[in-house]
Ligand binder design. Structure first.
Ligand code: ADP
Length: 545
């Protein structure tokens, strides 16, 4: 017997519409290059997103056509999230830090017809435009006065939408229609596309915008520092209007001082981003002897949050860390470090801290298991390690137009291979051992590069640390530790780092070599680019015995 409830499609536009109808007075504060701080409400954003929908329609864009963005976090990008998906087209958020060849590849692969871009990226587009034959129109996300000189045929965003009145009703269509497209940053091979649906995005927003997953409440001010081109800014632009939260979009200035100032100026209570960003914020806060009193929750993900960072946020500044894990293929959230009430009430501070360092527990909607090479499930005992596989309604069922990638991405029973190796404990807390391609195979045993890096950044004078496996004549691979000193004029000694590590890691994990660098290469999403380090250091242990 079927139930007797009405059916209605879950539409992304409904999120901004409830924002306008009920939380219309909540602010969207946006830092825009060349314009400074710009203030709108959800009511304004809904209207402007509708104007954009009308403008796209009149430019001939229809259902499922791809409209790309190349932009930092600001209100126009937010309008694109809603305007493009809301009218039935697909918003393809592009990472401007990709190499030109990768940009050309994904623009052509996605068959983008219109590109909405921050003016600062026009020189980049000038270089690649001849290789993107399907691109019909370029809209610079600025006012007419701020439109820069360019050899391209461009129109200012405000002119593009300015002739339309926003008198538009969001259409309803199938909730499984494609809504947005994001490519993985592709540190190996070409980027692969995750094509989200209205349904997957709305369900993800309902899950993520809750206290038990992200600490989002009814009086929260959210600031996604994670860029809106990096997996939907982890969902914040979607759950902000749904929860009525004030939204702060910080624009391109992501240095420690800019973030510190905007957190205080706008009363940001919840923010989200990768560890590198928080290193800068903490460094600045220390330097100015400031505080982070307003900041209640910081979501850290994308790479492992080092325990020293978690400790500093929580103990020194009273900001709760939500260590989260996810990926482009998962919209992205798969786990959250908000402690369940029974643990919050009964665990000791030390036990709670140990859990915070893990990558959190699975969230509603995501099933997880770890399997061995033959896909046999391993126990959730916190010890057994395995390939982490997942399934759920906001996880890809296949990559977009990529037969080769699909072949290897799923288990025989259809679970998605995350490419991560993990343990899961009896409380369903996940701990990443490593990415399958980063784990160091030494004499048949595994060494976790994540654990080693985590310990190394806790040593005095260490700013950043990366561990890679380097070919070794006897052990197959051995760890090499690359250190960026906090202060390049006064680097820590190799001995002091080894002393620090010796009490914290198994003896056979000790790196064979410690290398000092003034900088470590970062990939397009701010993560350490180990491929470059591996290439550079591949022969350094060749003569070891
Ligand atoms: P890419 O790095 O390929 O662009 P994603 O941003 O989707 O793509 O990265 C997903 C991967 O990032 C995960 O599979 C995992 O290896 C890593 N990751 C994400 N969050 C964490 C975390 N909290 N701790 C450790 N690794 C993480």
């Amino acid at each position: 017997m079927k139930g007797l409830m009405q059916d209605g499609p879950l539409m992304i536009s409904s999120l901004i519409q409830i924002g306008a109808d009920v939380y219309g007075g909540s602010e969207v504060v946006s830092v825009v290059a060349g314009e400074g701080v710009v203030r709108h409400t959800y009511r304004d954003i809904n209207k402007r997103a509708k104007q954009l929908a009308q403008a796209l329609q009149s430019a001939g864009i229809g259902m499922t056509d791809r409209v790309a963005t190349l932009a930092w976090n600001d209100h126009r990008h937010l309008e694109a999230y809603y305007g493009v998906s809301g009218m039935g087209a697909v918003v393809h958020t592009i990472n401007p830090r990709l190499f030109p060849e990768q940009l050309i590849y994904i623009i052509n692969h996605a068959e983008d017809r219109i590109l909405l871009t921050d003016p600062m990226f026009l020189p980049l587009i000038e270089k690649i435009i001849d290789n993107c034959p399907k691109l019909e129109k370029i809209v610079a996300m600025c006012t007419a006065e701020n439109l820069p000189e360019s050899s391209l045929d461009i129109i200012a965003y405000e002119d593009f939408i300015g002739g339309f009145d926003g008198n538009y009703t969001w259409p309803e269509f199938e909730e499984t229609a494609a809504s947005s497209l994001c490519y993985t940053s592709g540190t190996t091979g070409n980027p692969k596309g995750a094509l989200y649906t209205h349904r997957s995005t709305v369900l993800h927003a309902l899950m993520a915008g809750t206290p038990s997953v992200t600490g989002t409440g009814s009086n929260t001010t959210l600031m996604p520092v994670v860029p809106m081109f990096h997996v939907n800014a982890w969902g914040q632009p979607y759950y902000a209007p749904l929860t009525g939260s004030k939204l702060v979009l910080p624009g391109p200035g992501l240095d420690g001082a800019s973030l510190y100032n905007i957190i205080h100026a706008e009363g940001v209570t919840n923010t989200a981003g990768v560890p590198t960003i928080w290193l800068n914020l903490l460094k600045h806060t220390r330097e100015v002897e400031g505080n982070l009193d307003v900041l209640e929750h910081v979501i850290i993900g994308g790479s492992a949050a080092p325990s020293a960072m978690i400790e500093e946020f929580q103990t020194t500044y009273g900001t709760q860390v939500v260590h989260a894990w996810g990926m482009t293929e998962m919209s992205p959230l798969g786990s959250s470090g908000v402690l369940p009430p029974h643990i919050e009430k009964t665990a000791t501070e030390a036990e709670k801290f140990d859990l915070k360092v893990k990558q959190g527990h699975r969230v509603w909607g995501v099933d997880m298991k770890i399997v061995d090479d033959e896909e046999v499930p391993q126990p959730h005992d916190g010890k057994a390690r395995g390939h982490l596989v997942v399934r759920g309604p906001w996880i890809i069922s296949s990559y977009y137009n990529n037969h080769d990638a699909n072949e290897k991405a799923f288990t025989k029973d259809g679970w998605f291979y995350t490419g991560d190796i993990a343990t899961i404990d009896p409380d369903n807390f996940l701990q990443l051992v490593d990415r399958s391609k980063d784990v160091i195979k030494s004499g048949g045993e595994w060494i976790s590069s994540i654990d080693l890096e985590n310990e190394a950044v806790g040593a005095a004078g260490v700013g950043e640390a990366a561990v890679i496996g380097v070919a070794h004549p006897k052990w197959d691979e051995r760890p090499v530790l690359v250190i960026v000193p906090e202060d390049s004029d006064n680097p820590p000694s190799e001995d002091s780092i080894r002393d620090h590590l010796s009490t914290r890691i198994a003896k056979w994990w000790m790196p064979d070599l410690i290398v000092f660098r003034n900088e470590i290469p970062h990939g397009a999403t701010g993560k350490i680019l180990k491929t470059d380090l591996r290439d550079e250091l591949k022969d350094v242990l060749q003569d070891a015995g």
